[in-house]
Design a protein around this ligand. Sequence first.
Ligand code: PLP
Length: 396
Amino acid sequence: MRFQNPVFIPGPTNIPEAVRKACDMPTIDHRSSLFADMLFPALDGVRRVLKSTQAEVFVFPSTGTGGWETAISNTLSPGDTVLAARNGMFSHRWIDMCQRHGLNVEIIEVAWGEGLPADRCEEALRADGGHRIKAVLATHNETATGVRSDIAALRAAMDAAGHPALLFVDGVSSIGSMDFRFDEWGVDVAVTGSQKGFMLPAGLGIVGFSPKAAAMTETAGLHRTFFDIRDMRRGYAAGAYPYTPAVGLLNGLKLSCDLLLEEGLDNVFARHTRIAQGVRAAVDAWGLRLCAADPSVWSDTVSAICTPEGFNATDIVTRAAQSYDVAFGVGLGEVAGKVFRIGHLGSLTDVMALSGIATAEMVMVDLGLDITLGSGVAAAQSVYRHGPAELKAAAE
Ligand SMILES: *Cc1c(COP(=O)(O)O)cnc(C)c1O
């Protein structure tokens, strides 16, 4: 019975049964109209989840990391400068990728646990009178620390500086679970993958390009072949791919977009906010604190929880797997051993969250932490007690 429990890693996320079935399909001819009938609704669904009417969506057989590479390689040239804040492992990895591609990265170092500082970005852009900076890279939700950054504020800062740089946003652990507004925030490239908010297995790199970003592919000097959006665009024009598509995953993507849009994006986001509030209430009841510095940056999709000084947080993850067949996330990079993470994105309900909170509690007591069994569960219950059905009835 090893696979009965939900996972609480911040991706890959739990897969709804219907989505799993949609991915499991017989082979079809990917150059037939059968394929086009699933491809176009999937691309359109992603565009709607991004809250965009103008984004050109491309889906690669890849992951979020491939999405990063698609963003930079289709728009930039070796030696170009980009501006990026580093506040955790994922922003760090995107910066590292840029450097390995020969880009010059102007890095704003930020304490892990804090959000992207729009004011410091504005300063850096104002200081760049010659417009050397071609793009600003932002990680919307830093999955390593459970920190959400304010992309609207960053866009406002870019506008206030009157700087023409493009805005590239990593939304891998936010899109589909937390509010993301491609058009309203003036995002030029949004990046995500299939295995987080879209509730699918890993295997798709998903990107949205603004017309301005898409136009840059004609002059971008970085090499690309597999990730060239021009080839992908030509494939789509013929209802196909430039190579063999991940047909089952695309069929699943079509369904997962339908599920998100049927629930209503705002209801999906409210569900994740409520689940996160329950987790945070539990953390508080345990006498622990989040890695995220303050409420303005609390993530609704992942909570990174600091354990007491001298305690190895990774032991919680190991013990949960060994004793209870439950998966939590380990701390990464600078916060390795200092935090453990409860992922609460994708397909999750209040009741599933309670099982994770209860398990974390058992594990921490097993490992000798001074925590009272039931304290976190009770705190979360008081958040969840007026469940979604009751709230809905009250509103009617
Ligand atoms: C998971 C994640 C990635 C990496 O995506 P892969 O699909 O593992 O390549 C990038 N950025 C963020 C914020 C993530 O959470």
